[in-house]
Design a protein around this ligand. Structure first.
Ligand code: OXD
Ligand code: MN
Length: 581
């Protein structure tokens, strides 16, 4: 065995005995190893070479058409007591879940390679980094883990020194949706995933480790593992403010993290630290700081173009694995709203026919190292992370939620986060466009009872010296004809600027029952096609819509029974009372 850590070599041997792979490969994480994975997949047909003149180092993977998104109904948190997983998670008794998974795994790797992937989440050597080992029979997963995490030798060395790591076992199995489960055992720091090769189900460092297991650990250890991008906004005066923003899947986190300032924002710069996950800790001075546990992006492709997100567009023109996009006659990757080119072959590999649906799957993805990003922050690898000035929650809401508002206090901000609701997207299987409650954008990712999670959030008030201000944004508000009221993308900087000005106490606001709203004159709309009337609609708080919303929030909070913190209910009571005044 290729390790001196007995706990690891014993576990690999035990898994090999159960799954019976033809060979075992210990990943060293080198570039040449990645190239071997690519060559093997080109040979097996798991990857298709794209046009290397236009897209050097880019490949296309076509997944099984049944395996294109996260499967929330098949994702479980298996704590010993069901109430610890909470109504926000599917639950199965650990012994039963384990037995079912072991039955699936028996002999499942016959004829396949078992890859041993030691990985680090967070900057290598950072006190906030955490380590794991994924065992998988998928070369696609091994290649994606190379791009998404710090995998290989240095991670293994660290694991050997400390003896501690998260165990993740994955097999694509038969890719049969009836034999597919993503199981988490937070009390044992173990993940078992079977029957899917899709990112969120199979790249176990991401949602399974860095969110579900990490959120559970974070609660006991006093930190936060959140579904948040991390971005640095530098003013022309050279002052950089860091924001961490939580939006549900496929609601533009990658776009916001890579934002390009509008033309008349001369001298402004935006730096990306992370596009999906933030791990946040209080430092010795009691200041909240964030690191991004990931090293790459697994982003939604459709809609990315030179206008909406030039940085993302540049990032994915080389050394990228595309999953489920279409291709053009020139063998370039193609997706809806790419702006240029025509699809010839659709994501399933069939001649493109518009009558059969979109050319690229709506949840088609790119996997790419963060270092490809022209706006990659020089502090992205800083072991101590960056100080966070503002936490921003948001959802995709046609109505109700104004463009931006600020919570009145930390506890009120926790309520604002707990009350987030959003229209569902293609990132998970199921109906798209249905409004559901998605507290802190963590509905699919919190590894324990939301009631306890909110209490954990509230506890920061006592422990911190200076907490970030909390905001809520909604880029997706529409008029009666269904048109977006706000242009979004780079123009969102105008809203972020108000947020930063509020944090620095440079600008006043209007107090409303739901929080502090901008005075219309303080949202810069110069050069935009946003009339005073549109801005008024964007900032409107409709009392009858809000009273319905408050009743829903009540019902939702009550569904967590005695686990809901009294303080949260009291905050909700204050908002209701303010509307009644
Ligand atoms: C993701 C998701 O892939 O949230 O980041 O689904
Ligand atoms: Mn995500």
């Amino acid at each position: 065995m290729n390790t001196r850590l007995k706990a690891l070599s014993d576990w690999v041997a035990e898994v090999a005995k159960l799954t019976q792979p033809e060979r075992i490969h210990w990943c060293d994480g080198s570039e040449s190893e990645y190239q071997t994975f690519v060559a093997e997949m080109l040979e097996s047909g798991d990857l298709i070479e794209l046009n290397q003149d236009n897209y050097p180092g880019c490949y296309l993977h076509r997944s099984d058409p049944n395996d294109v998104a996260r499967v929330e109904h098949l994702t479980y948190v298996c704590t010993s007591r069901q109430e610890d997983a909470g109504p926000n998670n599917n639950w199965m008794a650990p012994a039963q879940a384990k037995q079912m998974m072991l039955d699936f795994y028996a002999g499942c790797m016959k004829g396949r390679t078992l890859y041993v992937i030691p990985y680090c989440m967070g900057p290598l050597g950072s006190p906030f980094a955490r380590y794991g080992v994924e065992l998988t029979d998928s070369t696609y997963v091994a290649a994606n883990m190379y791009l998404m995490t710090r995998m290989g030798k240095p991670a293994l060395e660290h694991i050997e020194q400390t003896g501690s790591f998260i165990k993740g076992l994955h097999s694509v199995g038969e890719l049969d949706p009836d034999r597919r489960f993503i199981m988490h055992f937070p009390e044992e720091l173990t993940i078992m995933s079977y029957g899917s090769g899709y990112g969120g189900n199979a790249l176990l460092g991401k949602k399974c480790h860095a969110l579900r297991i990490a959120s559970y650990q974070a609660r006991t250890e006093g930190w936060l593992a959140e579904h948040m991008l991390i971005v640095g906004i530098e003013s022309p005066e050279g002052e950089t403010s860091y924001l961490a923003c939580a939006f549900p899947s496929a609601c533009g986190k990658t776009n916001l993290a890579m934002l390009i300032p509008p033309e008349h924002y001369k001298g402004w710069k935006v730096w990306t630290l992370g596009d999906d996950i933030a791990w946040m800790h209080l430092d010795d001075e009691g200041q909240l700081r964030a690191v991004n546990p990931e090293a790459g992006y697994f982003g939604v492709v459709p809609g990315t173009n030179r206008k909406t997100n030039p940085n993302a567009f540049d990032t994915i023109t080389h050394d990228t694995i595309f999953t489920n996009v279409a291709v053009t006659a020139d063998n370039d990757p193609w997706w809806e709203d790419k702006d240029g080119g025509e699809p010839v072959i659709d994501w399933r590999g069939r001649p493109f026919d518009a009558k059969k649906g979109p050319a690229a799957h709506p949840n088609s993805r790119f996997t790419v190292t963060a270092k490809n990003n022209p706006s990659y922050s020089s502090l992205a690898e800083a072991p101590e992370g960056v100080p966070i000035s503002a936490l921003v929650f948001g959802g995709r809401r046609r109505e109700l939620a104004p463009l931006v508002y600020q919570a009145k206090s930390w506890a009120h901000g926790v309520l604002v986060g707990a009350s987030v609701a959003s229209e569902t997207t293609a990132a998970a299987t199921g109906k798209v466009g249905v409004v559901r409650r998605d507290p802190m954008a963590m509905k699919p990712f919190c590894g324990y009872n939301f009631g306890d999670y909110w209490q954990h959030w509230l506890s920061f008030e006592e422990r911190a010296a200076k907490l970030p201000e909390i905001f809520h944004v909604n880029w997706f508000r529409r008029d009666a004809d269904g048109n977006f009221l706000w242009p979004g993308f780079g123009e969102n900087l105008r809203v972020l600027k108000w947020i930063i000005d509020r944090c620095e106490q440079r600008v006043d606001a209007v107090e409303q029952p739901i929080g502090y709203l901008p005075k219309p004159a303080d949202i810069d709309v110069e050069g935009l096609d946003v009339s005073p009337d549109t801005l008024a609609q964007l900032l409107a708080v409709d009392v009858s819509q809000w009273s319905e919303e408050l009743a829903h929030i009540d019902e939702y909070l009550q569904s967590f029974g005695s686990r809901v913190p009294e303080q949260l209910l009291a905050e909700h009571g204050k908002v209701k009372a303010a509307f009644a005044d």
